[in-house]
Design a protein around this ligand. Structure first.
Ligand code: SAM
Length: 267
């Protein structure tokens, strides 16, 4: 257990899903983060007190006139590294002010890649704290003392962890009960556990014919069972074409298996 977790006692216990989830973001650019969350789904989550978002600029915890947070890397090389101490002080101050840090997450390209399964798991936590790096990243010793999980949002390099943390928070917040007006839409989506982690079928709305393209007739049939079968098949076809590796752990009927074989053979 890290020293911070010891200080927090049992405050990292999981919340019942009706509780407000505390989300803390440590960043050098709070102004880049807060406006996004005040709109749309996350804005609604804040208004309904489903999430409680708190942004901290860890530069405020740096010393000296210039409030520098970065320094040269030991061992040489390009770029600057953020020092552990200002970030640690910002985390300690949050705890002293009575905020629950919960699971502390470092945003880094070296982390495990964030998935919908992680979003589902993390949406059950009472509190999450996201640390956003800049430059070459943050002194690795911060992870030993404070960090519970390290996440990447994909195999590419961003200039900072803010967008990555925002992606994660958006994906997590929309899963909280009472955030989406139609809870079903978060339950059955691409990558969701309830959808068998498949990609979703295509969607259509009015008009029934648009620029010569008609909506598949089954969707106009009103026949619920046939519509469900069509949606499952389309979901499997899209997954087989675009993300075949997702099918590896899916239970398929013999008919579905032969349909996917045909797609693989390009028939
Ligand atoms: N030197 C680092 C490397 O090669 O792994 C990249 C540092 S990056 C320019 C600066 C910061 O952006 C990182 O500390 C991290 O917080 C964030 N970041 C960049 N790409 C990311 C990604 N794919 N997922 C999550 N965070 C990312």
């Amino acid at each position: 257990m890290s020293s911070l977790q010891a200080q927090q006692g049992n405050s990292t216990q999981e919340a019942s899903h009706q509780d407000t989830q505390s989300l803390n973001i440590l960043t050098l650019f709070p102004d880049a983060v807060t406006p996004y969350f005040n709109i749309g789904v996350t804005g609604r989550a804040i208004d309904r007190k489903v999430i409680d978002l708190h942004c901290v600029n860890f530069r405020d915890y740096a010393e000296g006139n210039y409030k520098a947070v970065d320094d040269l890397p030991f061992g040489g090389g390009a770029g600057m590294v953020i020092q552990a101490e200002p970030v640690a002080r910002a985390l300690d101050d949050l705890v002293e002010k009575g905020r629950n840090l919960g699971t502390v997450i470092m945003m880094a390209p070296t982390g495990k890649v964030f998935t919908q399964a992680d979003a589902e798991r993390l949406s059950q936590k009472s509190a999450l704290t996201f640390i956003c790096g800049r430059y070459e990243g943050i002194d690795a010793r911060l992870n030993i003392e404070y960090v519970n999980e390290v996440f990447s949002i994909g195999d590419y390099i961003l200039s900072g962890g803010e967008l990555a943390a925002m992606v994660m928070i958006d994906a997590i917040a929309r899963l909280k009960p009472g955030v989406l007006n139609n809870a079903e839409s978060a339950t059955y989506e691409s990558h969701s556990a309830k959808s068998g982690a498949l990609l979703e079928h295509p969607h259509y709305t009015r008009p029934a014919t648009w620029r010569g393209h008609s909506v598949p007739s089954v969707l106009m049939s009103g026949h619920h069972a046939r519509i469900q079968t069509w949606r499952r098949e389309e979901s499997l076809k899209t997954t087989a074409r675009v993300r075949p590796e997702l099918l590896e752990n899916i239970d398929l009927t013999p008919e579905e298996r032969s349909m996917i074989e045909q797609i693989r053979r390009g028939e």
